[in-house]
Design a protein around this ligand. Structure first.
Ligand code: AMP
Ligand code: GLY
Length: 441
């Protein structure tokens, strides 16, 4: 008889649903739990932990009492708080960096100083803990300039300031109005980089690593990267801007040095390292490191990796990643976010969602991931957040994958359904350019 392993997934977004579906793609029998999880995860056979859990130690206790073999952490907050340390203390296996290693996201000041010390390419910067010194620096350097709060700020902690006035107001907001709370006690001023961004996900046990297909997020709410920033309105992978030569530079100048640096500093990094890269005219530079998978990039990246995800996660946690088969399928995956009207500002909840079951029955190359959904009293699926669903589709060609994703988008309905119509189009233009360059050669 097969031994059934138990897995606990922590988080409740599209990213965590994508992790669940990736685990389900292997033939391995698994007993799956999520805390807190979402209706889509429950529908896929995941049991939601309904016991009252008020702290990390409650959760570790629950995992211990329920014989969980592997815990996978989605969001950054529990990692930065030390969930991995708490689980390890109980002898539990958990995928993710320790509290000390999660500083790479939890403290931008730590990440920037690490990059400086180990000559990892990034924007030049200075760190400040008082407004006067920051304003003096601003006047010496002028605009454009980027101001970042050091602590966690739900993805909103970076302000690209194109004028001195905007920069001054941002510093007033952070230091005087405390608009970012404690996260803004330490502030970074850095050079504005120019280029295209890409998300490079590195799965690592601290020494060995696998680079996942490189993706591009679409942060602005409107087509053409217009309008306010959101948590991400869609992603696609692999992004052709990251060609083989560029990825080699990323690997040699960024990935290897940062993993070595973390080990040297006494905080070996295990888990998923998200490298936000700006491809500048001087080569790749780090915009930020995150200590977890990105959302919505995960929904576009995981469907392309056919390996046994239980084994991948488990081996990272156990420090044995070199032994695992790595199997990336050819082709492209495109993930389009369906959001509520008004997002990222105010939006209404409780709109009935239709069309998901039909898509899942009819199309083999489409996955629907839940983010902000809930069940109402009559057990109908309703909207319950800004980002509601992700529709991911994969195909041999990028255009085909885009078409398949948007067919899914059309078939799902809820009042106020909002989405970008240009997810993946940067990749299409880049591929066309690369083809023309190849013909010209
Ligand atoms: P972060 O919170 O560091 O991820 O930054 C959020 C977004 O701000 C990034 O995805 C970039 O689009 C932009 N950004 C951050 N730092 C810089 C920089 N030094 N130069 C240009 N854009 C930046
Ligand atoms: N997609 C951006 C992030 O997850 O931080």
């Amino acid at each position: 008889m097969d031994f059934m392993n138990s897995v606990l997934i922590i988080g409740n977004g599209g990213r965590e649903h994508a992790i669940l579906k990736a685990l389900l793609r292997s033939d391995r029998p698994l007993c799956l739990f999520a805390f807190p999880g979402n209706p889509g995860m429950e529908q896929d056979g995941c049991m939601l932990v309904d016991k009252k859990i008020n702290s990390i130690s409650d959760l570790a206790e629950w995992a211990h009492n329920n014989g969980i073999d592997l815990t996978i952490v989605g969001p950054e907050a529990p990692l930065v708080e030390g969930i991995v340390d708490a689980f390890k203390e109980k002898g539990l296996t958990i995928f993710g960096p320790t509290k000390s290693a999660a500083r790479i996201e939890g403290s931008k000041a730590f990440a920037k100083e690490l990059m400086k010390k180990y000559s990892i390419p990034t924007a030049s910067h200075s760190v400040f803990i008082d407004k006067k010194s920051a304003v003096d620096y601003l006047h010496q350097h002028g605009a454009p300039i980027v101001i970042k709060v050091s602590g966690l700020a739900a993805g909103k902690g970076a302000v690209v300031c194109d004028s001195i006035e905007i920069a001054e107001n941002t510093l007033i907001d952070i230091f005087d109005n405390k608009s970012f709370g404690e996260a803004g006690n330490t502030v970074i001023l850095e050079e504005k980089m120019v280029g295209e961004e890409a998300s490079v996900f590195v799965l690592t046990d601290g020494r060995n690593y696998k680079i996942l297909p490189v993706s591009q997020d679409h942060k602005a709410i409107n087509d053409g990267d217009k309008g306010p920033n959101t948590g991400g309105m869609g992603a696609y992978a692999p992004a052709p801007i990251m060609d083989k030569a560029m990825l080699e530079k990323v690997e040699n100048q960024i990935i290897k040095p940062v993993l070595n640096a973390m080990e040297t500093e006494g905080c070996r990094y295990q888990g998923l390292l998200y490298c936000g890269i700006m491809i500048t005219s001087e080569g790749p530079k780090v915009v930020e490191f995150n200590c977890r998978f990105g959302d919505p990039e995960t929904q576009a990246v995981l469907p392309l990796v056919n390996s046994d995800w239980y084994e991948l996660f488990h081996s990272c946690a156990a420090g044995k990643l070199e032994k695992v088969d790595w199997n990336v399928k050819p082709g492209y995956c495109v993930s389009v976010i369906l959001a509520s009207r008004g997002y990222p500002g105010k939006y209404e909840k409780g709109k009935v969602i239709t069309g998901i079951e039909e898509i899942e029955q009819d199309r083999e190359n489409v996955d629907i991931y839940h983010s902000g959904t809930a069940l109402d009293r009559e057990e109908r699926l309703i909207t319950n957040g800004g980002r509601v669903l992700a529709v991911s589709a994969w195909a041999d060609g990028l255009l085909e994958a885009i078409d398949a994703a948007y067919e899914g988008v059309t078939d799902i309905n809820f009042e106020g359904k909002t989405y970008r119509g240009d997810i993946g189009s940067k990749g299409v233009s880049r591929l066309k350019l690369q083809r023309e360059e190849n013909i010209a050669l």
